[in-house]
Ligand binder design. Structure first.
Ligand SMILES: [Zn+2]
Length: 106
């Protein structure tokens, strides 16, 4: 669980720094998005064995928040591969099968 939360924080941080330019601190919008995402992770009934969020049957994000977190993922996801390979592989939004194949190769 901690790892998921850390991943989300890093991704939102990257997104906010580049899009909203507040230096190290998150802007207010991104801060609320971040704490919202953390709560969803904490409450996720699937725990460690959950599917990738985009494939999750529950859709626990409210539509507005899902849109915002989706933007963050699209922005930060591809960059995570280079900066944080393990976490990126685990969390990615793209097709699950191709990600798992990449994991096996390395
Ligand atoms: Zn921001």
């Amino acid at each position: 669980m901690d790892r998921e939360i850390k991943t989300v924080r890093i991704m939102i941080g990257m997104y906010c720094r580049s899009r909203h330019g507040r230096g190290k601190a998150l802007c207010e919008d991104c801060r609320s998005l971040c704490s919202y995402a953390e709560k969803r992770i904490e409450k996720c009934p699937f725990g460690e064995s959950k599917p990738v969020c985009s494939k999750c049957p529950i859709h626990c994000y409210k539509p507005e928040m899902r849109k915002r977190i989706g933007e963050v993922m699209r922005f930060a996801g591809p960059k995570m591969i280079f900066r944080h390979p393990v976490m990126a592989l685990r969390h990615l939004i793209t097709q699950r099968g191709s990600i798992e194949e990449q994991g096996r190769e390395s």
